[in-house]
Design a protein around this ligand. Structure first.
Ligand SMILES: Nc1ncnc2c1ncn2[C@@H]1O[C@H](COP(=O)(O)OP(=O)(O)OP(=O)(O)O)[C@@H](O)[C@H]1O
Ligand SMILES: [Mg+2]
Length: 392
């Protein structure tokens, strides 16, 4: 971080005092004390994260400079002057200062402004981790099965992956991974005000595959502790810690679900090719739209593809007004065996077509350039839809 302090004369005591105070508060900052004469020519204002302009002892000159540098400065501009002169304060703010600091009470004022700037910066900063949300169109669509398998592939490819079970009271991801959580989301929500990365990580259950599961509360008194605010903070920390977080979602209308849906890179809407599933999927698509969640993030996944008497793909696409992105074959042999053993099919039977179709989903999502839509469509045609497809 760079901080530029602009002052009439660099040997002024106020300048030196400011430098000392800023150095003590912004440990890694590079601090430059610059005389007004050099300030305009110097590129420093455009590079500095914070610019401080000292108004005393000749405020007119400082205000003049403030007007000129305001549009060069990339970050906030702080003016330091006398608090007794209200006209001067107004002029400094009109000329473009973001904050006015009383030079007679510099320590306290600096502390409070830096704190506000830090909170603002933190609020604006979005962590880099991506969120993949899974929504089942109707009960038993296979959303949880896909969630553990997708997280498994991501963990295998990237070393680790967070998996959040957002189905309070009913979540079964721990069983699908054969692990026994000791903490859950309710513990984090209860302590959300003081939750930090260490607390977040201590609530996760590591699985040998590299999946880190955050389980949901299962008992009534804990379920009530889950809040949108707590989930939001949890997801923030997950995104700050993991490149990918896979979330098994309950629905698309409760606030704690919506805070996740709003942050997703992709929403995989999992359905079967039957009438009730299509009907529910249509309702979910409408609800997502109403909640202002972009349709572009939604990918339709047909699970259990290839069952007798299922509806044709073209009819499903027409009914939903949406392309189908992926097909996951019906394979009770592999999936039942994997789910009953608590070992994702992508590990237990990696060569099964169902496992390969899930790998294909991950590859398409995280590296879309590597998948040629036309060739995949061709492959689907030729082997009767056993592979996952991606409609670009
Ligand atoms: N591709 C598949 N082939 C065969 N069986 C599958 C497949 N995917 C899921 N199943 C089976 O479907 C059933 C429901 O799967 P799962 O629990 O993952 O669905 P869900 O959408 O999470 O359900 P819920 O609504 O209870 O959360 C399970 O018995 C599972 O073994
Ligand atoms: Mg489920």
């Amino acid at each position: 971080m760079q901080v530029a302090v602009l002052i009439q004369n660099i040997s002024q005591p106020l300048g030196l005092q400011l430098r000392e105070m800023l150095q003590a508060r912004l440990h890694c900052a590079e601090l430059k004390l610059i005389a007004f004469d050099q300030a305009e020519e110097s590129l420093v204002c455009s590079q500095a994260n914070i610019v401080v302009v000292v108004l005393s002892p000749v405020p007119e000159r400082a205000l003049n400079l403030l007007r000129k540098i305001r549009f060069q400065a990339a970050g906030p501009v702080l003016a330091v002057g006398q608090a007794s002169d209200s006209k001067l304060i107004l002029c400094a703010l009109h000329e473009g200062a973001d904050h006015y600091l009383d030079e007679a009470d510099l320590e306290t004022q600096l502390d409070s402004v830096l704190r506000r700037l830090q909170t603002k910066e933190e609020a604006a900063r979005q962590p880099a981790g991506q969120v993949i949300g899974l929504l089942g169109a109707s009960g038993g669509s296979g959303a949880s099965t896909l969630a553990v398998n997708l997280a498994g592939v991501l963990a295998r490819e990237l070393g680790r992956c967070a998996l959040l079970d957002l189905k309070p009271g009913v979540g079964d991801l721990a069983a699908l991974l054969d692990i026994k959580p000791t903490h859950n989301l309710a513990d984090l929500c209860l302590n959300s005000a003081r939750m930090d990365r260490a607390m977040f990580e201590s609530a996760l259950v590591p699985h040998a595959s590299g999946i880190h599961l955050l389980a949901p509360p299962l008992m009534y008194e804990d379920i009530r502790l889950v809040t949108a605010q707590g989930v939001n903070k949890t997801l923030y920390l997950a995104r700050d810690t993991f490149r990918f977080t896979v979330v098994d979602l309950e629905d698309c209308y409760h606030e704690e679900q919506l805070v996740v849906l709003r942050q997703t890179a992709f929403i995989l809407l999992v359905l079967r090719l039957d009438f009730t599933s299509l009907r529910s999927a249509k309702r979910i698509l409408a609800n997502l739209e109403q909640a202002g969640i972009s349709d572009e993030r939604v990918r339709l996944v047909i699970n259990r593809y290839g069952q007798a008497k299922e509806l044709p793909l073209s009819q499903a696409e027409e009914a939903l007004g949406h392309k189908i992105a992926f097909l996951v074959p019906d394979d009770p042999k592999s999936i039942n065996a994997a789910n009953n053993a608590g070992e994702p099919a992508v590990f237990r039977t990696p060569t099964a077509k169902v496992a390969q179709s899930i790998v294909q989903i991950v590859n398409t999502l995280i590296n879309p350039d590597s998948v040629k839509p036309s060739s995949v469509r061709q492959a689907v045609k030729s082997i009767n839809g056993w592979l996952a497809v991606f409609h670009g």
